[in-house]
Design a protein. Structure first.
Length: 410
């Protein structure tokens, strides 16, 4: 690994290559070609360089924590709003030069071209980034290894299979009192104690339910998150008996959140813990979705423009290095129009106190003002709209989205 920032050997400036050398990517992605996706963590630096970290064993969330730690140790400043985690795969049968990243939420417009610069060093000339929100619900820690007997367990339905409750859909348990208790559902067939693998599977399903329940009933979100974290911590420490009890508590809390969630959301005169009217919370979430969709559309339009110009200039000198030069031209747009506004709107919606809620709203209004000024005055917007290759309406799209968000913020 290259010298850390500040080391005496020439005081070499830290770069994304210090997080992961492109040469290290090849063997990891080679395995992904055989159907084993690698975990990935990505981000942009303060200088808008793309950073990617891959691992074939760690969970995506765990790898994200590792990325942040490495960056801190190296003195490499990351843009926290651009941090994403997920999985990386190369489908050799479809396109061996295409790296597909599936991440937990929409990536900023500047991320794909900057990451592309990194992965080209590893021999991949194409990059796509897709979103899978279900990644948010996955546990951070690796699943503990099953007991030797469990590892060789026959398929469900055989004599040595876990009892029926073990494979039941967790969401159905609160509605079916006749089923075995959650702790019983997580024991081995021999009855000697909880099975780590079954507990892990059950807890993973419950964590997915926590995400959905928290959205439906924000008032219970903190309690559900705390219960889920407590169960995950005990599972990590191997305290399996206590994990079973924690799972039961979490299941009971999910049932309660589900029973009163609709009432809480429907009460027009009620308010969220941060003092905001529920209707305002919903508007903030919708505004966040609008801006995320806008940023994603711009990223797609820019990709189409690059492809169109590259195809038109094939075999000409103009094509050599075009994409690199193009990224330099559009850098002001990519650096300005990103998901920062979405993050502020999301933080305002879930703020725990009225003071925090108002602070996030104030920052969001300030960001809308800066974006509006950029759209109205920066020449790159007009230049892109006037390009002869791909029809674009950046100014119209951005102005309409910013007006909608501004109306929500008041």
């Amino acid at each position: 690994m290259a010298d850390k920032k500040g080391d005496k050997k020439g005081d070499k400036k830290t770069s994304p290559d210090d997080i992961m050398d492109p040469k290290e990517m090849k063997p990891i992605l080679a395995e992904s070609k055989r159907g084993r996706p690698a975990a990935c963590a990505i981000a942009l630096t303060k200088d808008k360089d793309g950073v990617i970290l891959l691992d074939k064993r760690k969970k995506p969330k765990k790898l994200l924590a590792e990325l942040k730690k490495q960056a801190t140790d190296l003195g490499l400043e990351l843009e926290t709003t651009t941090l994403r985690f997920g999985r990386a795969v190369v489908d050799a049968d479809t396109d061996p030069k295409l790296l597909s990243l599936t991440v937990n939420k929409e990536a900023p417009g500047a991320m794909r071209p900057r990451l592309l610069e990194q992965i080209k060093k590893a021999g991949f000339s194409k990059l796509e980034i897709v979103v899978d929100a279900n990644l948010e619900a996955e546990p951070e820690e690796d699943e503990p290894a099953a007991a030797p007997g469990a590892a060789a367990a026959p398929p469900s339905g055989s004599a040595a299979a876990p009892p029926p409750g073990a494979a039941a859909t967790p969401a159905a348990a609160p509605q079916a009192p006749s089923q075995p208790a959650p702790a019983d559902a997580s024991t081995q067939a021999t009855g000697t104690g909880p099975d780590a693998a079954a507990l892990t599977k059950e807890l993973t399903e419950l964590v997915r339910q926590v995400v959905a329940a928290s959205a439906q009933n924000p008032a219970q979100a903190a309690k559900l998150a705390d219960l889920a974290k407590a169960a995950q911590a005990r599972l990590k420490r191997g305290e399996l008996d206590q994990v079973a009890a924690e799972i039961k508590d979490l299941r009971d809390a999910l049932a309660k959140a589900g029973s009163d969630g609709g009432t809480a959301a429907a009460a027009p005169s009620g308010s969220a813990p941060n003092g905001a009217d529920p209707a305002m919370i919903n508007k903030l979430k919708k505004s966040r979705d609008v801006w995320d969709a806008t940023v994603a559309k711009i990223a797609r339009d820019l990709d189409q423009l690059v492809k169109a110009v590259t195809a038109a200039s094939a075999g000409h000198e103009l094509g050599d290095g075009f994409e690199r030069e193009f990224q330099t031209v559009v850098k002001p747009l990519l650096d300005t129009v990103d998901t920062t506004l979405s993050d502020l709107l999301s933080e305002a919606a879930k703020a725990g106190t009225p003071e925090e809620h108002q602070r996030m709203l104030s920052q969001a209004r300030e960001t809308v003002g800066k974006l509006t000024k950029f759209v109205q005055s920066h020449p790159v917007v007009g230049h892109l709209d006037d390009n002869p290759f791909v029809p674009m309406s950046l100014q119209k799209t951005l102005s309409a989205s910013l007006t909608a968000v501004s109306n929500t913020l008041g």
